[in-house]
Design a protein. Sequence first.
Length: 154
Amino acid sequence: MKKFLLLLAFLSFLHAEDGIKKVIFDLTTGSVEVFERKVLSGIAHQKSYYEGKMEELQVAVVIHGDAYKFFVKDVNNSPFKADKELVKESTQLAARLSSLVDTYDVEFLMCNAGMKSKHITQEDIYSFVKVVPNSTIGLIDKQNEGYAYIPIAK
C-alpha cells in the first residue's frame, strides 16, 4: 500500500509539471526594433498563448553582447549615450521592461564579465536585473533546469 501511495504521489508531481513550459532567451541584439519585437512584444504574446491553453510559461532572458544598453537606467550617462534611437526610446523601453517583470514574472540575467568590459556596474542597471558570473553559466544553469534555448540576435 505504501508503494502505491508513493507512486501516486510521484505521478501527481509529474502531472503538475505538465502544464509548465520554460524558455531561456539568449539576448545579444543591439537592435531596438528586434528587442521590441522579440522581447517586449514577443514574450507577452507567448505568455498569453500558453495561458490560453491553461499552461504556464516561465521566461528567463540572459543579457550579453550588444543588449546591455536596454537595461541601463540612465542612458545619457552611460557608454551608450551616442545611440540616438536608444536615448529617444529609453523611457518607453524601461516602462515596458518593468511591465514584463511585474505582469509576466520574467527573469532577467546579465553577464557580469561583459558588464566589466563595458564599465557597467550593478548600480547602473535596473534593480530587477540579476547579475550572473557570465552568460555561459547563466545559459547552462537554466538549460539544466529544463529551459528551452532560443537565441535573439541581430
